[in-house]
Ligand binder design. Structure first.
Ligand code: HEM
Length: 413
């Protein structure tokens, strides 16, 4: 009897490969797809995928070039927004992330003070207190779920501090953020965008109440008060400020959470690097951006072409969907040396596209880095070694590179 040869990804022509298949992001197989795209067709038109036709931009420098031309490659929800899957128009929460200039710039300015150097400086101590509170609560020599006990707790509590949100209700923020990012094809009860909106009704109610409450109070230094007292938001529809709050909540939650989890996984998969870190704690500064490159918590963003354009020898047509694969740009060997190695002392560790580029570049990048840096500074000060005891449980998603569970043991020195 002759055994049937199993078809592998490398046997398939590119035209038969859909790079958005979510299960490959759970197994890591997606890297193989993007290696081929970068090598064979860095700007490639997939005619048939689960989301219809789209262009894949897979090389670092091409991603930057697309991002640098927001007039040609639009983020506006009216043309398709930033999602690979088309959204029903009546379910879209507009925010500045899904707006082009000038609307984008005006709205971004409203929340910019939250990441001003002064505010970041003030947040430093609060974040350190939060991190220590979370670490103090961890048992030694006992298996824990790192995601639940550390990643969720640190990011949830920091977000409460930013928003002046009741800390005892912090898990609501995590739940809501997860609902927003749920892939409707993941097999959960959230099977479409309408179900998502239904599940988010308590969040919308809560944000509207908080907005009304802060509007009636003198201005404070928290995000909701900042929005409530800004001239620009005063004239906004309630749906718009809720959209802004959702953006800040999701931006500040899931992504940072998954970097905390993915960073621990990386250190355990590269024990030499972990040893180097313990011997040279000052390497935390360059390790943090390396974790963010390595994890690439947001795998892609979408744009829509506003005109016909020749791009890298390809003819992109007005209205075409263009996907910038950050997860691929961050493994581009033309820009990042030895990209499949996690190296905590890279010379230029901030050379990555995890935060995007250009006018939409992540507003919270310094805030995210600060949380990771302080967490690792405090772990190292304690002389702890955190050993993972299994593989991360990865989420079904081609958008958020999510880790839902990661078992670990804290070993004290
Ligand atoms: C935008 C990633 C943390 C708030 C973005 C974008 C990415 C991203 C890829 C889109 C960039 C583009 O289109 O060019 C990340 C990652 C994080 C993180 C990987 C953590 C490791 C945060 C935090 C906050 C935040 C902590 C808030 C405190 C935002 C906002 C935008 C954004 C408001 C929209 C910016 C705009 O459209 O102008 N982020 N983010 N993010 N992020 Fe983050």
């Amino acid at each position: 009897m002759t055994a049937l040869k199993q078809t592998t990804l490398s046997d398939l022509p590119l035209s038969d490969i859909d790079p958005s298949v979510q299960t490959r992001f759970q197994t890591g197989e997606h890297f193989e797809v993007f290696d081929r795209l970068r090598e064979e067709a860095p700007v490639y038109f997939h005619e048939s995928t689960q989301y219809g036709p789209f262009w894949s931009i897979s090389k670092y420098k091409d991603i930057i070039e697309v991002e640098a031309q927001p007039k040609i490659f639009s983020s506006d929800a009216a043309y398709g927004g930033i999602w690979i899957k088309e959204q029903p128009k009546d379910t879209i929460r507009k925010s500045f992330m899904t707006a082009d200039p000038p609307e984008h710039d005006v709205q971004r300015k409203v929340v910019n003070p939250i990441v001003s150097p002064t505010n970041l400086h003030d947040m430093e101590k609060r974040v350190r207190d939060i991190v220590n509170l979370v670490l103090d609560d961890l048992p030694i020599n006992e298996e824990i779920d790192w995601v639940e006990r550390v990643s969720v707790e640190v990011t949830g509590r920091v977000l409460c501090a930013l928003m002046d949100f009741p800390v005892e209700e912090r898990l609501d923020l995590t739940t809501w953020s997860d609902i927003v990012n749920t892939d409707v094809d993941a097999g959960t009860e959230i099977t479409d965008e309408y179900k998502k909106l239904e599940a988010l009704a308590p969040m919308i109610k809560k944000f509207k109440e908080m907005f009304a409450e802060r509007s009636a109070m003198p201005p404070q230094n928290d995000l909701i008060s900042m929005l409530a007292h800004s001239q620009e938001t005063a004239s906004m529809e309630p749906q718009q400020f809720v959209g802004m709050l959702v953006l800040l909540m999701v931006g500040g939650n899931d992504t940072t959470r998954n970097s905390i989890s993915g960073g621990l996984d990386a250190l355990n998969k590269f024990p030499e690097e972990y040893k180097k870190l313990r011997e040279n704690p000052e390497l935390v500064d360059s390790m943090v951006p390396e974790i963010i490159r390595w994890v690439t918590p947001v795998a892609h963003m979408r744009r829509t072409a506003m005109q016909d354009i020749e791009f890298k020898g390809q003819q992109i047509k007005k209205g075409d969907k263009v996907i910038m694969w950050y997860c691929s740009g961050n493994r581009d060997e033309d820009v990042i040396e030895d990209p499949y190695t996690f190296k905590i002392d890279r010379k230029n560790p901030r050379q990555h596209v995890s935060f995007g580029f250009g006018i939409h570049r992540c507003l919270g990048n310094r805030m995210a880095e600060m949380q990771l840096r302080i967490l690792w500074e405090e772990i190292l000060k304690r002389g702890w070694v955190i050993e993972t005891t299994g593989e991360p449980e990865r989420r079904f998603s081609n958008f958020v590179v999510g880790i839902d569970s990661l078992k670990a043991i804290v070993r004290a020195a």
